[in-house]
Write a protein that binds this ligand. Structure first.
Ligand code: ATP
Ligand code: MG
Length: 575
């Protein structure tokens, strides 16, 4: 969906509400013209009170009809705007669902919340208020001009004298106005997103005494925001002032020419008063169009940002069919996050079905990136990953997810009970199944010892768990899912050696009928893997079993040596 289509979808069909608005404006204007007409007649004694009754009734009728139509019109535009708002939010959420998971690593929660909350709100304001106002601000001056032509065509023409200058100012200021507004929106969103991230991460910031540094940064963006508000306001108010001046010229000319015509008896006093009041109304209407330009800019900017989500190409042709389990293969795979960033280079791998595979390598060499690619977070730049010979990029996230269960480096537990946290692994899981999974993940004992057992709430609002405990709960969730492929990214990073042994045993159980991919820093835990994959700076430098690699791969041999030294040192320290 491009920006044009998106706008079209957002605006929808405005014909019926525009029609109502036009009728409302016609009634409103007729009432006003009748009032002015009546006053000017009464002032010049050209009408008796009795003669004026029908006019009174007509005015009243116009007002009543206008009120009724106004009610239905407002109801209609608001109903439409709010249903559009909901539809748009649902569309955005639907699109977010379809996007590659990698998208969420690149866009902060703050940014996305902003789009769903405030930008969609801006669209609503435009649809419910902006559009009708723009419409009435264009229609009223046009109607007044037509009426003026009937009153006196010379006055009608002279009324427009300031118009070319006004349009010129508008034209000249349009670019700068749009630019400043864009900057203003950029800073507004930046400030909102930063504030959100700041409050979200305040605990970590405090722990590292970074709050001053970061709050300075957040404050700075707030200051920038205020600066740009001031800037954009002067960018708007100066041209607005000029536009007003050029418009007022019109009334002055109508007055001058009108009084001349009146003096030479070419015009009645009624028409004279009528034209002065009407030209003032004309100006009020026209200058409003300029103000309302601001509405459209706000709308366009909001649509642009909504487009950041809606216009990301998603491959709708991805198959929902179930993938079958089998060997996982990398074929000449290349991948980069962005130009001149980290890249994976020409990766060729074979991970046999129901085997245990371990990735090792220095921090930042690309182990998690490989795991995330298998999970479909991103698509390869070139080459492919296949499972049982099927290219995974052709399958939807849902089909892929059903094949893979994972424990990632950042464990995510929700503010719900331990039972529910584990049960997320499988829809409708029974208590027994959850307990069985917990036993396999070696976390049943510690859960049972909690006061509320499996019903203990975890997370921000509940009991605080240790890193290792959280890790084991997420392993239980992974086990419960019972997917044929398991990915454990540093699953043992936060457990003590006793638990490490227990989880190691659990993994050994699993490897019998599952393809397991682990990423570990501690080499002892992966020693008995079927295949160890050694990585360095985005490339695979060796594959094989522990004994093969100690002979053939210098990097691995060095790593083992270093690990042994560390372990020996640990032991000595403990004795
Ligand atoms: N979303 C991203 N956008 C851009 N670069 C990224 C992104 N995620 C990771 N990187 C970069 O890619 C490189 C590899 O990261 P990766 O997480 O795969 O390393 P790793 O081998 O898992 O390291 P560790 O052992 O510390 O977990 C790093 O240099 C990292 O900065
Ligand atoms: Mg990692």
């Amino acid at each position: 969906m491009n920006e044009k289509q998106l706008k079209k979808m957002v605006m929808g069909n405005t014909l019926s509400s525009n029609l109502l608005l036009t009728v409302k404006i016609l009634f409103g204007l007729s009432a006003q013209v009748l009032i002015i007409y009546l006053i000017s007649k009464l002032v010049t004694n050209a009408i008796t009170p009795r003669e004026s009754y029908p006019i009174f009734i007509a005015i009243l009728l116009c007002f009543v009809l206008k009120a009724i139509i106004s009610y239905f019109g407002a109801k209609m535009t608001h109903d439409r705007a709010y249903s559009k708002l909901t539809e748009l939010r649902l569309n955005i959420l639907d699109r977010l669902n379809k996007l590659n998971l990698g998208f969420f690593k690149e866009h902060s929660t703050g940014e996305l919340t902003n789009i769903i909350e405030s930008d969609v709100e801006k669209v609503e304001v435009y649809l419910a208020h902006g559009l009708p106002e723009i419409m009435s601000a264009t229609l009223i001056p046009l109607l007044i001009f037509i009426i003026m032509l009937f009153i006196d065509w010379r006055l009608a023409i002279i009324m427009l004298v300031g118009l070319p200058f006004m349009f010129l100012t508008q034209f000249l200021s349009k670019k700068t106005m749009e630019k400043t507004m864009q900057k203003y929106f950029y800073h507004e969103n930046k400030m909102r997103a930063e504030m959100m991230e700041y409050t979200k991460n305040i605990a970590v910031l405090k722990a590292f005494s970074k709050e001053e540094e970061i709050s300075d940064k957040t404050l700075n963006s707030a200051r920038e925001y205020v600066y740009w508000i001031k800037q954009s306001m002067s960018g708007i108010t100066i041209p607005m002032g000029l536009i007003d001046v050029f418009m007022e010229i019109g009334v002055v000319f109508v007055m001058i020419l009108g009084s001349l015509l009146l003096y030479y008896g070419e015009m009645s006093i009624t028409k004279f008063i009528l034209s002065i009041v009407l030209s003032a109304m004309f100006i009020a209407g026209i200058s409003k169009t300029a103000t309302l330009h601001h509405f459209s800019i706000v709308f366009n900017e909001a649509v642009k940002r909504i487009g950041k989500v809606m216009n990301v190409p998603v491959d709708d042709n991805k198959s929902e069919a179930a993938l079958s389990t089998g060997d996982i293969e990398f074929h000449n795979l290349n991948f980069e996050y962005n130009e001149d960033g980290f890249s994976l280079n020409n990766i060729n791998l074979l991970m046999k079905e129901n085997s245990l595979n371990a990735f090792v390598g220095a921090s930042g060499c690309g182990k998690s990136t490989i795991a995330n690619l298998i999970m479909g977070f991103w698509d390869a730049s070139s080459g492919s990953i296949t499972i049982a010979g099927k290219d995974i990029s052709k399958y939807s996230q849902a089909s892929l997810s059903s094949m893979i269960a994972s424990v990632s480096q950042d464990v995510i537990l929700f503010n719900i009970s331990i039972f529910e946290n584990i049960a997320l692994g499988k829809a409708g899981a029974s208590r027994d199944e959850v307990i069985a999974a917990a036993k396999k993940a070696r976390c049943h004992d510690f859960i049972s010892s909690l006061p509320n057992g499996y019903d203990t709430t975890v997370g921000e609002m509940g009991v605080k768990l240790s890193g290792g405990e959280k890790q084991r709960i997420s392993i239980a969730r992974m086990i419960l899912k019972n997917a044929p492929i398991l990915i454990l990214d540093e699953a043992m990073a936060a457990v003590d050696s006793e638990n490490e042994r227990l989880i190691g045993e659990a993994i050994d159980d699993l490897r019998k009928d599952k393809t397991v991919i682990t990423i570990a820093h501690h080499l002892n835990t992966i020693r008995n893997s079927d295949q160890i994959i050694v990585m360095k700076k985005g490339s695979v430098v060796g594959t094989g079993t522990h004994s093969e690699l100690t002979k053939n791969c210098k990097l691995y041999a060095d790593m083992v040596k270093a690990q042994n030294k560390v372990d020996a040192w640990d032991l000595r320290k403990e004795v």
